[in-house]
Each structure stands twice: as C-alpha cells, then as structure tokens.
Design a protein. Structure first.
Length: 429
C-alpha cells in the first residue's frame, strides 16, 4: 500500500515535470540567409544559416546542419541583417492633419488614448524593420511605460523599447505658459530648476519605469548649465541610466557636452567647433535629420519645411565630415494619410543619402552605433551567437542600395516572427 502511494506520487510528479518541460520546450528555427550583412564591418557573407533558439542566436555560419524538427525560414533570395534602431521616437504623441499643435494635442488627449496611438505606432515601427527604439518622452502620464510593458509581456507587438518617462526641463519645458495656467506642463514635463528638484525628477522617473533620462536643455532663455547637466548625468548614472539632451542652441549643446550626456538630440545649430568637441568627448549626435517632406508633415508653410530641412542637412554633412559618432533618430509625430509611423521613420534615410553618406555608414548609424548608444550592444544590433534574434530581411543588399530598407519583407524580434511573406514559414522538416 505504501509502495503504491509512492508510485502514484512519483507518477504524478514525473507527469507534471514532463508537461512543464514540454510547455517550455522552445522551437528551434533555422533561417536560410542568401546574403547576410554585418553592419559593423560593412561586409556580406553568402548562403548562411542562422539557428535561433529561446529567442537568441544559437549558431550562425555557412553549411551548418539544420537539426531535425527545426522550423525553416527560407530567406535564400533575400538579404538578411540585424533589426534597425530609431533612437528618437515619441510613440504616444500623434498629431492629426487638422491640428499639428503639440501643445493642443497634449492638453486634449488623455494618456489612455495616446497609449492606444502608441500601440499602433509601435506596431508600425516593427513592420518597417525597427526592432529597437529609444522613446524620448512626451507620452502623457507614463503612457510610454505602459506601452513598453505591454510589448514586453507580448500583449501587443512592438520594438524593444528604452523609454524616458517624463521629460525633465527648466520651468516651462517646451511650452510657453501663461501665469494663470502654470500647471499645463502636467503631466508632460517634470520641471526641475534646483538640484533637489533634478534629483527628485530623476528618481520619480525611474520609479515609474524610465530606462533613460531625457532633458530639455535650452528651449527657454534660461538654460541648464554644464554643472546642472553634470549633476543630472551623475544622478542618473548612479541608477545605471544614460542621459539624452535636447539641444536647440550652440550654447545648449556645449553645456550638454561638458556635462557628459550620452547623446545630443537635434543639435542642428551646432558649429563645427561644437561638433569637434562632441567627437572628442565621445558624445553621440542623434540628429533627427528631417527630410523636406517630413518637415512638411509638421504643418508649417512650405518655405519653412525647405529651410528647416536645409539647416538639418548642412549640419548632417558637417557632422559626418568631422566624424562625430551618429545614431539614427527621427522625432516624427505626425499622422499622415498613406504613411505609418514606420514608413515616415525609414524615409529619414533620404537625408543621409542626400548628405552624401555611403550606405555602409548609414547602416552602421542605424544599428551598431545605435546599439552602443542605448547600451544594448552586447544583446542587440548584430547577428552573432548569444545575441537576441532581432533579424530583418530586404529584397536587395542595403550596402548596394540603402533604399531597399524601405521594403523590409521579414521581421523577427526576440526570435519571434512578426512579418513574413506567407510562404516563408515552412512546415517542420
Ligand atoms: Zn523629440
């Protein structure tokens, strides 16, 4: 009787163990890559096999044995490369054609509604080949944290997100308030003028899910000093976070460089001297290099879009010539008929080609450099053993024709396929 009880117990135990293991057994996937691009070296290998297991790359090389039972994805007619990065997004900020006024949108729309926009935008980014984004604020009351968590929990599809929470800025932030409505910056910005307020704002952000700190240095006449910024950088670093600095002026950019931020956002008025200073201090420029068309989406009259683009293009050319580290960022927030957030984001490569930057460097700016800036270079941004399987495919080799990135045909993130031609996911062998 006693033995039988023990037997029953063992039987049930083994059954549960078996069920548990079976449920957690991950599908091994083999990707046949006709061409495989390494953006870091700018080289292409042919006829490669990539083995993906548990969301990560298990092996990669020519002539690898495909294990029995593995799912096979045939991309032998395509070029395969790591997923793209956009280092300056605003997923939960969307302006519509009737009203391009951000201030107006921030006031009228609830965080809940904006988070739903975020779901649509994040999905569109993934469909266009962006598997990682750094989202730099303007998401209402932490709509970005909600979106990131929903993506991480596989509730909705979207890129891996590194989000900023609320933007920290001197009083007024990017708004021009009127004294009877001082609270209109709530919840869009955290105003921080004293050191105590800066520390509090950083801690509040981290508490509510920020993975990077975004500051606005100089949208008012009173700007953060280099010492202010150094204080912010040190406080953020203590918690393992980097700082992204929105800089509109030369002085703002200089202060941000001396303060030791990780990246300067926009920086379109930077002089050659400031660009050299950024280079010497290993500070990355996320230029948000608007095309004329994308500038037109912002709503101003046409001559403005032309001038706006011309200023960005000039700075982009100078930055490339001087050799500043750059990472791709788009700063787009308009809803445009016939476009998605992803198709607008990818269109920014036109500015880079117009600036005469070769495809090899553009691709590096969109992957290798961006992964380093985000601090995920050991996990993402390359197709190497042990890294997350963030893999996309294009009809042509982007090293020959960068515009092929506008036609991404296959997207895998963390080993999961989000986009593919119907016949690509084959039956098990
Ligand atoms: Zn922005």
């Amino acid at each position: 009787m006693r033995n039988r009880k023990l037997f029953n117990f063992l039987f049930v135990f083994l059954l549960i163990t078996f069920c548990f293991l079976a449920a957690n057994a991950q599908q091994l996937t083999a990707i046949k890559a006709g061409k495989l691009v390494d953006p870091e070296t700018g080289t292409t290998a042919v006829n490669q096999i990539i083995l993906v297991e548990n969301g990560r790359i298990k092996a990669v090389g020519a002539g690898l044995q495909i294990p029995a039972g593995a799912g096979v994805i045939d991309l032998s007619g395509s070029t395969v490369l790591p997923g793209l990065f956009d280092c300056h997004t605003h997923m939960c900020q969307t302006t519509v054609l009737e009203n391009r006024d951000l201030f107006d949108m921030d006031m009228k729309q609830t965080t809940a509604f904006r988070a739903i926009w975020g779901v649509a935008n994040a999905r569109a980014m993934l469909e266009s080949g962006f598997t990682t984004i750094r989202d730099v604020g303007n998401n209402g009351n932490y709509g970005d944290t909600a979106l990131r968590r929903a993506i991480e929990q596989n509730i909705v599809p979207g890129p891996t997100m590194i989000n900023a929470g609320r933007i920290i800025a001197p009083f007024g932030g990017q708004y021009h308030l009127q004294p009877e409505r001082r609270a209109l910056g709530e919840p869009e910005y955290l105003y921080a003028d004293t050191r105590d307020e800066m520390r509090k704002a950083i801690r509040e952000n981290i508490q509510f899910g920020a993975l990077v700190i975004k500051i606005v240095v100089d949208d008012q006449r009173y700007i953060y000093s280099a010492d202010d910024i150094k204080y912010i950088v040190d406080e953020a670093r203590g918690a393992g976070l980097k700082v992204a600095a929105h800089c509109m002026t030369e002085q703002g950019a200089r202060n941000a460089i001396l303060g030791g931020v990780a990246s300067i956002e926009h920086g379109f008025q930077m002089s050659d001297d400031a660009l050299r200073l950024a280079k010497e201090n290993n500070i990355v420029l996320v230029g948000t290099d608007f095309t004329e068309e994308a500038a037109g989406y912002l709503g101003p009259p046409a001559p403005f879009a032309k001038q706006f683009h011309a200023v960005f293009l000039d700075r982009l050319k100078r930055a490339y010539k001087i050799g500043v580290q750059m990472a791709y960022g788009t700063d787009t927030f308009a809803d445009i008929e016939g476009h998605t957030r992803g198709t607008i984001a990818i269109s920014f490569i036109d500015s880079f080609t117009e600036a005469g930057i070769p495809p090899r460097d553009i691709l590096k700016i969109m992957t290798t450099n961006a992964a380093k800036l985000l601090g995920v270079e050991k996990q993402r941004g390359a197709i190497k053993v042990g890294m997350y399987a963030d893999i996309i495919a294009t009809p042509e080799n982007p090293l020959d024709n960068i515009n092929t990135l506008k036609k991404v045909s296959f997207v895998m993130k963390n080993g999961k396929v989000f986009k593919s031609a119907d016949n690509q996911l084959k039956e098990k062998r």
